[in-house]
Design a protein around this ligand. Structure first.
Ligand code: NAD
Length: 480
């Protein structure tokens, strides 16, 4: 499979590639060149109805399989992902913009996620509850039914995999709605489902923008909604799901703090924080957005992190540079507006701050110093390669600054003092805290947000809580 310009992509419903109900198509743009890559079907609420009906029709056959049989299908999906790794990586890079090595890593991560959940298939146990009487009481965990998966554009393959894999293994069928600027990897993946032996209707992909997203989250035949995206859209999803009391799992934004204590290894901290904020051009919910640095080491840390920012080579993701472009034009403009705002608010640009003078949505890695916690650049998610460096003098103050935002997705602490590091980690209000590193944690580690960063957890065995509901069964054993 190779990706030809202006090729047309249909949606995947009930095991078939189909046109949208309206017959319309939208374009997806290569963010490194601003040239169209392909057209994809513009899904409507009517297409969502079709996809949800296909997913519902597929439930009896899928749920009749043993957990092990479902695990085997998901395992085969991992195999076909690996067999098609290079194509999937290339598609992801063209559509999303990220360096090819990162896309290769994402594809391997997807395969490993599928394998992790395939291996969990036979381990989804209930429990028995002591009654003290002539009864037996036990729980079973049952799938919800049709799972909607609404995906953002920053890491489509990974984010699709981490919801879909546990949903399927648990016995749900799924309808996936990728983001309108990065629909291609999901459709390419759909073309591989048949090779993996996924029964028709078990996985469906509806492409398009807000219309199919909203239709899915408010659909009365959808039994559970998993949404990854912005806080604002997450609130809208929750509101539409409320009409049917549909449970939601929300993985939303972050404005994550990295606290650098005075005894930290500064080279290590600068490496980790640069990776944390510049990887994927800063378009990661878990990014290291704010470095909160002790005043004694502030200047030295600043020099080290600026040195790392300056070393990044930007380019077309397909040429595998250190950093690719932002994903689409309006997002590029939003990031540039935040950089202007930072200057207006009185912060100092230590490096970067400019767009590249070429086609594509390229922004230099940018480091702001003199940032105060009440500035908007320190409060709002920029979702670009923009680091805010904030000084502190007392550890308690660092924790206050770290927690002085509406979101609480990830955080980090850098220190060689185990007590100081762990005490700080405990006080950071976030679902994941990294110590002396950034982006740590295996597939088995749960991931999700405190505060406005979300509801529920993905990854690890905790993800199954979004896809299985508990039924208690109590049996009367009194002899008659
Ligand atoms: P977004 O909220 O704009 O869109 C996410 C998805 O929702 C897209 O598929 C979009 O088409 C769809 N959508 C749009 N309007 C909708 C509506 N009214 N109802 C239902 N669906 C609708 O988010 P984005 O800009 O694509 O992604 C960036 C955001 O995602 C950032 O805030 C980032 O932090 C967050 N994110 C969070 C995680 C996490 O795990 N917590 C991971 C990645 C990204």
């Amino acid at each position: 499979m190779s990706l030809a310009t202006n090729e047309r992509y249909r949606m995947f419903i009930g095991g078939e590639l189909v046109e949208s109900a309206g017959g319309e198509y939208r374009e997806t743009i290569d963010p490194a060149t601003e040239e169209p890559i392909a057209e994809f079907a513009a899904g409507t609420s009517e297409d969502v109805d079709r996809a949800v009906a296909a997913a519902r029709d597929a439930l009896p056959e899928w749920q009749a399989k043993t957990p092990t049989e479902r695990g085997e299908v998901v395992e085969r999906l991992a195999d076909v992902v690996r067999e098609n790794a290079e194509t999937l990586a290339e598609v992801e890079t063209r559509d999303q913009g990220k360096p090819l090595s990162d896309s290769r890593g994402a594809v391997e991560g997807l395969a490993q996620t599928l394998e992790y959940y395939a291996g969990a298939a036979g381990k989804l146990e209930g429990k028995s509850i002591p009654t003290g009487g002539e009864e037996v009481d036990f729980t079973v965990r049952e799938p919800y039914g049709v799972s909607a998966q609404i995906i953002p554009w920053n890491a489509p393959l990974n984010l699709m995999g981490q919801g879909t894999a546990p949903a399927l293994v648990a016995g749900n069928t799924v309808v996936i709605k990728p983001a309108p600027t990065t629909p291609l990897s999901a459709i390419h993946l759909a073309e591989l489902f048949e090779d993996a032996g996924v029964p028709d209707g078990v996985i469906n992909v509806v492409t398009g923008g807000a219309e199919p997203g909203a239709a899915l989250s408010g659909h009365e035949d959808v039994d559970t909604v998993s949404f990854t995206g912005s806080v604002q859209t997450g609130a809208a999803v929750m509101e539409s799901a409320a009409a049917n009391i549909t449970p939601v799992t929300l993985e939303l934004g972050g404005k994550n703090p990295a606290v650098v204590l005075p005894d930290a290894n500064l080279e290590e901290a600068a490496d980790a924080i640069a990776l944390g904020i510049f990887m994927n051009t800063g378009q990661i919910c878990a990014a290291a957005d704010r470095a909160i640095v002790h005043e004694d080491v502030y200047d030295e840390f600043l020099d080290l992190v600026v040195e790392r920012a300056d070393a990044y080579e930007l380019g077309d993701g397909i040429d595998d540079p250190d950093m690719g472009p932002l994903n689409y034009e309006a997002h590029f403009e939003k990031v540039m507006d935040y950089i202007d705002l930072g200057v207006e608010e009185g912060a100092t640009i230590e490096t970067g701050g400019e767009a590249l003078n070429r086609d594509g949505y390229f922004v230099e890695p940018t480091v702001f110093s003199d940032v105060e916690t009440d500035m908007r650049i320190a409060q709002e998610e920029i979702f670009g390669p923009v680091l805010c460096v904030i000084p502190f003098s007392e550890r308690r103050e660092a924790v206050d600054i770290a927690n002085d935002v509406e979101m609480g997705l990830t955080g980090g602490v850098f220190s060689d003092d185990i007590r100081a590091a762990l005490n700080t980690a405990e006080q950071i209000e976030a679902g994941s805290v990294y110590v002396n590193q950034w982006f740590g944690g295996p597939i088995g580690a749960p991931f999700g947000g405190f505060k406005k960063s979300g509801i529920g957890r993905e990854m690890g065995m905790e993800a199954f809580d979004s896809y299985l509901q508990t039924k208690n069964i109590c049996v009367n054993l009194t002899e008659r």
